[in-house]
Design a protein around this ligand. Structure first.
Ligand SMILES: [Zn+2]
Ligand SMILES: [Zn+2]
Length: 129
């Protein structure tokens, strides 16, 4: 087989829609494309876990395959939320857009986690105000 043919066999979800249905390896949730909105899914809507498959979103170029756990949320320009995922195997950090049906309670708990566990006593806040 010609080497370029080999290369073409790998799906590239930057340019083609992803209709994969898979079972979440962390919580067992059946994950399909329905309900995600206009973008393909890269994480489980129930537990927000992901798998380290991409170097750039959708390219499927990473050979790692480690479980990526959600560690934080941040707000993109325009107010859209994104989840920061950290690979448990190699430690890489990825930012992924939130899907329409992602677990809202889990997103909120990620968002308030730093406020619930400040690295200093809350009583020190009054010294700063
Ligand atoms: Zn899950
Ligand atoms: Zn990894």
């Amino acid at each position: 087989m010609h080497p370029t043919d080999q290369k073409r066999k790998r799906p590239d979800y930057r340019v083609q829609p992803c209709n994969d249905v898979f079972t979440c390896r962390v919580c067992g949730w059946p994950v399909g494309p329905e309900g995600a909105g206009s973008h393909h899914r890269n994480h489980c809507p129930n537990c927000l876990s992901s798998v380290h498959l991409d170097d750039e979103p959708g390219d499927r170029a990473a050979g790692c395959g480690g479980t990526m756990e959600p560690v934080a949320v941040w707000v993109r320009r325009g107010g859209e939320w994104a989840v920061i995922h950290r690979c448990k195997v190699c430690g890489v950090l990825h930012s992924n857009r939130v899907a329409a049906d992602d677990n809202p309670a889990l997103l909120m708990s990620l968002a308030v986690r730093p406020l619930a566990e400040p690295p200093f006593p809350l009583s020190r806040l009054k010294d700063l105000l």
